[in-house]
Ligand binder design. Structure first.
Ligand SMILES: [Mg+2]
Length: 317
């Protein structure tokens, strides 16, 4: 008898495309009113739900376990469990969209934001506290945010890289300490497909309300809005080989559990200072040269510059 995951793969080979959903997960700790909005349904997502429902019924009858839960990716047997985890702002996108919004709407100049920025730079607080203050000022400003989103674009080579991953059935996870609203809007606008989007559930809701919350399922550490370390750590526990792509401070936490790191900007500087091995990039064409050029080695887990340093700064229960 086939195992459940072989069954999923058999389904996929016969045209199953259901795992490519776009969904944020979240939790309810931290004293905030969290909301969950499943992104706009499309044919693909409906297809996923129906197929997985049938598959679950079949699995239950045959006493098979291990099927992916809602919002989870399936396991890919043909690429040795490679997973791409990419940051959004300043990585998948050319611009840091969150910074652009904060700057252009004058939020960085507000007294309250200046104070939390001072504390953030002094390492007195993490992004969770910063977001709690700064993002509260986006309430009621959806039209202005939407207008700013017209001026941003994906980083060069990103579509080709994502196509490459899709062709080889390599799951892509967008992992961001930014705002779900603009990530979902921009991924839809540019046709960016991801198997999962993990970001802070901050959204303008259809009833005009503004929802502010965090994506941090790690009760031992309330430093970041989105605990990137927790997300990558979980992937490793599931047996994935993680290729991490990022540019900022929050990526230092996430990438410290990955197998290989592609870094630019601040993240590249941090990694250089700490003596960590990584691949430097500016465009996704740079990443393609390395990743696609040496794909067999990445797939086999033997590619060069494997991350080696232990994470000594993230806390877990
Ligand atoms: Mg970034």
């Amino acid at each position: 008898m086939q195992t459940s995951l072989q069954t999923v793969d058999a389904l996929r080979r016969s045209g199953y495309t259901g795992h490519r959903t776009c969904e944020s997960s979240f939790h309810t700790k931290g004293g905030f009113a969290f909301s969950f909005t499943k992104p706009k349904a499309n044919a693909n997502v409906i297809d996923t739900d129906r197929r997985l429902s049938l598959l679950r019924m079949f699995a239950k009858r045959m006493k098979i376990t291990g099927l992916p839960r809602d919002g989870e990716r399936g396991t890919h047997m043909d690429n040795n469990n490679l997973v791409i985890v990419t940051d959004f702002d300043g990585t998948l996108m050319k611009e840091d969209v969150g910074d652009t919004v904060m700057k252009e709407l004058g939020i960085l100049e507000r007294e309250e934001t200046i104070e939390v920025t001072r504390k953030f730079i002094g390492k007195e607080i993490g992004t969770m506290k910063w977001i709690e203050v700064a993002y509260s000022f986006l309430e009621g400003r959806q039209a202005e945010v939407d207008e700013l989103l017209e001026s941003v674009s994906p980083r060069q080579g990103a579509p080709r890289f994502l196509d490459f991953c899709k062709e080889r059935q390599i799951p892509v996870i967008i992992l961001s300490d930014g705002m779900a609203y603009y990530i979902e809007k921009l991924t839809q606008k540019f046709g960016i497909e991801a198997d999962k989007i993990i970001s802070n559930p901050i959204r303008y809701l259809s009833d005009g309300e503004y929802s502010l919350g965090f994506q941090n399922p790690n009760p031992s550490c309330r430093w970041c809005g989105c605990c990137k370390a927790d997300a990558v750590r979980r992937l490793k526990e599931e047996g994935s080989k993680v290729v991490y792509i990022g540019d900022g401070v929050s990526d230092l936490y996430g990438s410290s559990f990955a197998d290989w790191i592609f870094a630019r900007s601040t993240l590249a500087n941090f990694l250089t200072e700490s003596g960590e091995q990584f691949y430097r990039f500016e465009t996704f064409d740079d990443i393609m040269d390395v990743f696609a050029g040496d794909f067999d080695a990445f797939s086999a887990g033997t590619a060069a510059r494997m991350r080696a340093k232990e994470n000594t700064f993230c806390r877990f229960a």
